[in-house]
Design a binder for this molecule. Structure first.
Ligand code: HEM
Length: 223
């Protein structure tokens, strides 16, 4: 049964929609949490510490965070694998004779594919930068995310990487949210306008909220 659903195009699209919505939920919370940087190092670092103690004493230190990490990794992998397989199917479905000068996939589809690749690379960079510190520009300090964030956005390439990724994120959410609603059967002629509006507002809020952090550091509001 699960195999049949997974093998179907609708099944893969459903996996994309559900995993996408899980990641969207995480991003809303993450963006909100990041804005605490404007309340100073104390608030921001305290918030980061709290993330590791959620559920205590029932949960051990960092256990809830690890549950969230596992859910996110499963969501990212499921999203990427089904996207890849759907695009292979899309390409194979066209007989070779049909190929002509016009691009095969629509503008939105191509943007989603490139956007997805950019975001996948960004997530790897971002974890190596601000979670493990492997590619971090300053002296990475575990438990001091405020200073780490300031260091990241004190380099030109840090700002470029994050801002480009956040713009890609906005475009990806704008189209992805609407597609997910269609796949899950929420769309209808009457509701599509409202769904597009929600998609636009979400994309704009997330992009602006995330970009506020590098802009805050660049302008000296956060230092
Ligand atoms: C300007 C934008 C962003 C800033 C300033 C930022 C900041 C941070 C910081 C400081 C951490 C480490 C938190 C800690 O150790 O307590 C973190 C972790 C993380 N961020 Fe972001 N983030 C941004 C955008 C994003 C985006 C767009 C995504 C997803 C597409 C994302 C996904 C993650 C993930 C998965 C983690 C790892 C959580 C963990 O396992 O500890 N972030 N971010």
């Amino acid at each position: 049964m699960a195999r049949t659903v997974w093998d179907s195009t609708v099944g893969k699209k459903t996996v994309m929609a559900v995993s996408g919505l899980i990641m969207l939920l995480y991003l809303i919370v993450h963006m909100y949490g990041n804005l605490k940087i404007f309340f100073g190092a104390g608030d921001f670092n305290h918030y980061a510490h709290w993330l590791r103690t959620i559920g205590e004493p029932f949960m051990h230190y960092e256990w809830t965070l690890w549950v969230i990490r596992v859910v996110l990794v499963v969501a990212v992998v499921a999203h990427a694998v089904s996207a890849y397989q759907l695009s292979r199917r899309d390409i194979k479905a066209r007989p070779a004779k049909y190929v002509h000068s016009r691009p095969r996939a629509s503008y939105a589809t191509r943007t989603m594919r490139w956007g997805g690749v950019i975001l996948g690379l960004f997530i790897v960079w971002h974890i190596l930068d601000l979670t493990t510190g492997t590619v971090h520009s300053g002296g990475f300090q575990e438990g001091h995310p405020y200073q780490n964030v300031v260091d990241t956005f004190s380099t030109w390439y840090g700002n470029v990487i994050y801002i480009v990724a956040m713009l890609a994120l906005g475009l990806h959410i704008r189209h992805g949210f609407f597609s997910a609603a269609q796949t899950l059967g929420v769309g209808s002629r009457r509701r599509d306008f409202a769904l597009k509006t929600v998609a636009n507002v979400l994309a704009l809020l997330l992009t602006a909220g995330f970009i506020a952090v590098p802009v805050g550091v660049m302008t000296g509001v956060v230092s």
